[in-house]
Design a protein around this ligand. Structure first.
Ligand code: ADP
Length: 250
């Protein structure tokens, strides 16, 4: 992270490799998924074999999802920007996770700044970032204890919007902290993490002209800070702010 240029070229190299691997995996994978589905639909299949086929199907669907994420990562898609309400995006993301948060006894504290300015951003990409951070926070809290507190905060110091996502989970050692934005770095069990979430998030936030950093302490918890510039709002026609808001949201 200290050397942004080096990190970018590393990301690009890994991106190319990821694209190559993804294409190689996709063809045989389509066969595995397709035939496991065909077999599952065949009449008279005994229950125990059905169960095993389901494991093959679910596993291969998971590989497909990982490949999809690798390709997204490899493409490093340019953001398609529109006027976005950060608070609304955070709420949509929390809603997506509400079931998991509830069953994990995680309390969500919202601390939203009033009158947060809108930002020019790619809503889908930003939501991907928030989702990554929230899923990681859930994981760290589940690992640490049976309950948890997730705090989602917004602020707008001069020229910026700052979003912070805090968990009281396991926290990280300095070693993990120094590596966490590297592609494929994960401390999760094989099959649980791809190690792509944060490197993807870093790429997205960089493309938006923003920054992302972390504060974390083992046993205490973690806060991710994202800063996004609001200066790009100048590009919204000042004469018709209302029509811009109603037409360009997501
Ligand atoms: P993945 O979640 O697939 O491992 P990420 O890039 O999202 O990939 O995260 C990389 C690593 O960073 C995680 O495996 C974990 O060790 C660490 N990490 C990320 N977020 C947190 C958090 N909120 N608390 C503790 N550790 C975290």
């Amino acid at each position: 992270l200290q050397d942004k240029a080096e990190m970018s070229s590393r990301l690009a190299a890994v991106g190319e490799m990821a694209a190559g691997i993804a294409h190689e995996i996709n063809n045989p994978l389509t066969g595995v998924i397709g035939f496991s589905e065909l077999l599952l639909e065949r009449p008279g299949i005994p229950d125990d074999i059905k169960e095993e086929l389901t494991i093959i199907n679910v596993g291969s669907q998971r590989v497909k999802e990982i490949v999809r994420r690798m390709l997204t990562f490899a493409r490093q898609a340019k953001p398609v920007k529109s006027a976005v309400s950060i608070e609304e995006l955070l709420e949509i993301t929390l809603e997506l996770r509400s079931y998991v948060l509830k069953t994990a006894n995680i309390e969500v504290i919202r601390d939203y700044a009033p009158d947060l300015p809108w930002v020019m951003a790619d809503a889908g990409q930003l939501q991907q970032v928030f989702l990554n951070l929230i899923v990681n926070a859930e994981y760290a809290m589940k690992k640490a204890h049976d309950t948890g507190v997730l705090t989602v905060k917004t602020a707008h110091p001069d020229g910026y919007i700052r979003i912070s996502i805090t968990d009281d989970g396991s926290g990280m050692t300095d070693e993990v902290k120094s590596k966490l934005f590297q592609p494929f770095f994960t401390t999760k069990e094989p099959g649980e993490g791809t190690g792509l979430g944060l490197s993807l998030s870093l790429g997205i936030i960089n493309e938006h002209g923003g920054s992302i950093r972390v504060e974390s302490k083992p046993g205490t918890g973690t806060t991710f800070f994202i800063e996004l510039p609001v200066t790009q709002l100048d590009t919204i026609p000042q004469a018709k702010p209302e029509s811009v808001h109603s037409e360009q949201v997501m």
